[in-house]
Every structure is written in C-alpha cells, then in structure tokens.
Design a protein around this ligand. Sequence first.
Ligand code: ADE
Length: 270
Amino acid sequence: MRLDVVTIFPEYLEPLNVSLVGKARARGVLDVRVHDLRTWTHDRHNTVDDTPYGGGPGMVMKPEPWGEALDEVLATGEPEGPDQEPPVLVVPTPSGRPFTQELAVELADKPWLVFTPARYEGIDRRVIEEYADRLDVREVSIGDYVLAGGEAPVLVMVEAIARLLPGVLGNAASHQDDSFAPGTMANLLEGPVYTKPPEWRGRGIPEVLLSGHHGRIARWRRDQAFARTAANRPDLIERCDPEALDKHDRATLEGLGWRQGTDGRWHPAE
Ligand code: ADE
C-alpha cells in the first residue's frame, strides 16, 4: 500500500518510522511518503494561510499550495505500482464522517491513500471540490473533539489501517476479535486479559482461564465483553441486533439489569 501525507509539519509524522508502521515500511508492505506543503509556496515567507472571506476568527489554508502539491503527488502514480489507480484522498477534519473500524477495514483494501492534514481553520473549500471531481474524497473525523491540526488524526488512521494489512500483525487471528471488528464479537468491547505471573500483589487469575476448557473460556470472555460494553458503551448494546444474541447472552444481559423492549431491542431496566 502506498501512503502520501502532505503537511506543514513533516516532523510530526516521524512516529511513522517506529513500531508496527515503521516495520511495515522496512519490510516494504507500506510505501510512506511525507511531503512538506511549503515546498509548493513561492513567496519569501512560504505562506500557506490567509484570512477568511466573510470574516471570523482564525486563518484558512490557501488553495494554491494544496493544488500544486496534490497535482504533483498524483502525477507520481506509476503504471505498474500500487498507485496505478487514483488514490483515495483522506481529509482529516472535525467536520468529517466518523473514523470507525469499518472505515479502517475499507481503506485497508485500497492500494493508495493520500492524506491532507490541515492546520488553522481548515483548507479552502475549493480544493476539496476540485479533487472530488476526480478522486474518491473522504472527509474524516477521529472523534468529537477539536485538535490543533490533522497530523495526529493521520497517525491514528494510519496505525488503524496498517495493522489490518496482510503480514503486518504477527498473528493474523489477532484482529479478528478486536473490539468493533466485523464478525462474531461485533458491537461488543473486548473483555479483560491476563498473563503470567499467576499471582500479582495478592491478585489471582479468574479460575476459568486456567481450566483449559475452551468452551467455558469462550463463554466467560463473551460474558465479560457484555459486562464491559454495558458499563462503558451502553449505546452499542442498544444498537445490537437482538437476533445475534443466544439464550445465554440474553440471561447475561438480564443479570446486568437489561430488559428487551417491545421493539425487540435491549435497554437498561428503569
Ligand atoms: N482536525 C482537528 N480535529 C480533528 C478531528 N477530531 N478529527 C480529524 N481531524 C481533525
């Protein structure tokens, strides 16, 4: 997979050299190219921003450097490489669609992604419109809070995407039971995990995990997942498909104080 990032803070993307993403780059699974937006400015001060039309606080990123930068990056697509088709343009913005595990899975399947992290109040709208005519453009938010720029969101998204690529995680099964992974545990958070030693500061390990009984362990993990989801993300339980719950799941939820409503959905009991 090829990833390009255009930013005024290339050094902010240094963590892409470290750990999982760094190793994926070293192994050639990921081709990451970070570009300094100021390369495409032509004035003495390398200006990338200006005051907003219509007034208001803050500054807006000028369209010209972004246009030149993106045209040049797009022109480097090689006919034989992963970049033979136009990339998906990922624009981090608090006004975007939520970044979810589902979107990470979708983007992990694309051969080429270009990220445009902005500073200030964002990028002149015409840039998005210009490229939306030619590319699949996704405006994406990593959460309901406002950061000073899109670089940290790029790090978040790249890590979530990279760990899904074949050969990046040591154990291919290890993202199958991720919280939010599509499939068996969908809509449930992962429960607690334990490792050696068997006793630490007087605290032991839940007996069932030492039993070697795979069926009982799987059941216990699912019960724990329900307990944690009900406590931390009740919205996920309320949204879950009641048909996906077996008899034991329903008993677990009832034990946690939940009831099935007339709409079939589960709700916390009054
Ligand atoms: N830029 C600033 N805040 C952001 C957010 N929450 N998500 C994506 N990009 C952003």
